[in-house]
Ligand binder design. Structure first.
Ligand code: HPA
Ligand code: ZN
Length: 377
């Protein structure tokens, strides 16, 4: 029989991947809260909504700025972190986020960024990641597409070699730029198509509806790429944007999508199309209905929607990577261990991978669930 203590140990020490938890913590892990945290730490997970540029931690930003001869408008890591307090909506977030990307100049920078993230992800028992990147932002910073893609893919390769973590790339278009610019970016990316699993749409949603990109997304689909679209929370015209994403752009998935729960028609549309939603509770976990806050994850689960939990831009969100995201969501949305397993399962089901790879991950998840769930009841 597997004891509660043995389960805690296997989760905290990690199963093969680097552990962040010293053995001394084991003794303290006897309370229900610690048990839940240990369960989440060990849970085999997939991350489907992660902007690699959003993992650029302040200390790395300083190191890269120095190496690239750039001066940052902050004297210390603490001062930089404090500046993040000005983030209060999507637009103010994007200002801070794009300011950060200016330090990424060389292939080595993109490589180190990717490798650091994958190391962290592997330490949290994430088996598989689909990472967004924003080439137009780097190109307007004067960096060639090739530089970006070479650095990212070298990081992915070494991440897989060092920690066994699998990953794929989703290229995002910046929606405040023109459709022509998006099409040119797609053309520039096509010689590297083998390194991309799909395309997405992110950045400033206000007055930039999915329809604006119909031709680009059609072309991307014709090229065999998967497609997804950010439908950020509580944006202007958000219900219409969700509808367009599904009906016009024919998305394979929806990023965020929290406002789906406002409308029975949208819930039906998303369900009828078998779509999964990559919710990021840290940034899009509370919708407002009739002036009252509504918990997106709980409401989606109760409505039978296919929801997944994701971290979005952890370096800008109090350092909340996927474990912390699960732990916070568990408390906030009152998630049972069974629901946490089904959220993890949804992410593997929603992944853009072969059936064989999917089955391999799901077997690991089932084995873990079979060991743990009896103890968590
Ligand atoms: N929404 C829109 N644009 C973004 C995001 C997001 O969550 N993260 C990085 N760019
Ligand atoms: Zn996002």
């Amino acid at each position: 029989m597997i004891t509660r203590r043995a389960l805690l140990k296997s989760a905290l020490i990690g199963s093969g991947s680097a552990s962040l938890f010293p053995r001394t913590l084991l003794a303290a892990a006897a309370s229900p809260t610690h048990l839940m945290q240990a369960f989440i730490q060990g849970l085999p997970k997939a991350e489907l909504h992660l902007h690699i540029e959003g993992t650029l931690e302040p200390d790395m930003k300083f190191r890269m700025a120095k190496r690239n001869g750039l001066r940052l408008p902050y004297r210390s890591v603490e001062e930089m972190r404090a500046s993040y307090q000005r983030i209060h909506d999507l637009q103010s977030f994007l200002e801070v986020y794009y300011e950060g990307t200016a330090v990424l100049k060389t292939e080595q920078d993109f490589y180190e960024l990717t490798l650091a993230y994958l190391k962290k992800a592997a330490s949290q028992n994430i088996l598989y990641v689909e990472m967004f990147f924003d080439p137009q932002q780097h190109m307007r910073n004067g960096i060639a597409f090739e530089t970006v893609i070479k650095g990212l893919t070298r990081g992915q390769k070494d991440g897989q070699k060092l920690w066994g973590i699998d990953s794929q790339l989703i290229m995002c278009f910046l929606r405040e730029l023109t459709a022509d610019s998006a099409m040119q970016t797609l053309e520039a990316a096509l010689p590297y198509k083998e390194y991309l699993v799909g395309v997405g749409l992110d950045s400033d949603e206000k007055d930039n509806p999915p329809n604006k990109f119909s031709a680009v997304f059609k072309r991307a689909r014709e090229e065999g790429l998967r497609v997804t679209v950010h439908c950020d929370l509580n944006q202007k015209d958000i219900h219409e944007h969700i509808r367009q994403a599904v009906e016009q752009l024919q998305v394979d998935r929806i990023d965020h999508g929290g406002n789906v729960i406002d409308s029975p028609e949208l819930i039906k549309l998303v369900k009828d199309n078998g779509l999964y939603l990559t919710v990021c509770p840290g940034s899009s976990g509370t919708s407002i209905q009739d002036g009252k806050p509504v918990d997106v994850v709980r409401t989606m689960l109760n409505a039978g929607l296919n929801v997944t939990l994701n971290s979005d831009d952890p370096a800008y969100m109090s350092g909340n990577y996927l474990n912390e995201t699960f732990i916070n969501a568990q408390k906030r949305s009152q998630l049972s261990a069974v629901e946490l397993v089904s959220l993890a399962r949804n992410a593997f089901e929603a992944s853009w991978i072969s059936d064989h790879q999917k089955a391999r991950y799901l077997t690991k998840l089932d084995t873990y669930a079979n060991q743990w769930l009896p103890k968590m009841a």
